[in-house]
Design a protein around this ligand. Structure first.
Ligand code: RP5
Length: 164
């Protein structure tokens, strides 16, 4: 699945990760970010994963979100092949409840940074990607400011109702 001139590539190790990523993809759509969704397994399709990661920057992609569960090597391997910022989403996919994925993604060796969000938290991955875009796209930063204001208002409204 792709939109015209995608800025954010969302990739995952298996189609079984897709339900977890849906909420994040919805955020990208809500902010008007052109995205592309793909499946590239570090273990099952290593050559294609390397090709996709190597070519991403040249195609105009600015941020990569990579999700995987279990021995979650995908985000780190993609980060090894691209100069782009990579955000890893640990997916809860095994009997270890996502702790395996989280630790696999967050414990990258020095020199190969991979941002890591919470287990199954594709929403934060998308919001972080949008913040990266906002560094050079003022309209994205403006939308983020609006989003933060909405969040604040929602919490304040709930607090007001509790005080009533
Ligand atoms: C990982 O193994 C995938 O990212 C997925 O989270 C997990 C299970 O994959 P499937 O066996 O469902 O294809 O590589």
């Amino acid at each position: 699945m792709a939109q015209s001139t995608p800025l954010v590539l969302v990739t995952m190790g298996s189609d079984s990760d897709l339900p977890v990523l849906k909420a994040g993809i919805d955020i990208l759509t809500q902010f008007g970010v052109p995205w592309e969704v793909d499946i590239t397994s570090a273990h099952r399709t290593p050559a294609r994963m390397a090709e996709v990661a190597t070519q991403a920057a040249g195609r105009g992609i600015k941020v990569i979100i990579a999700a995987a569960g279990g021995a979650a090597h995908l985000p780190g391997m993609i980060a090894a092949y691209t100069p782009l910022p990579v955000i890893g989403v640990p997916v809860k996919a095994t009997h270890l409840d996502g702790m395996d994925s989280l630790l696999s993604i967050v414990q990258m060796p020095r020199g190969v940074p991979t941002a890591t969000v919470g287990i199954n938290n594709s929403v934060n991955a998308a919001l972080l990607a949008i913040r990266f875009l906002g560094a050079f796209m003022p309209e994205m930063q403006e939308k983020m400011v609006e989003y933060q204001a909405q969040n604040e208002k929602q919490v304040q409204d709930k607090a007001s109702r509790l005080r009533e």
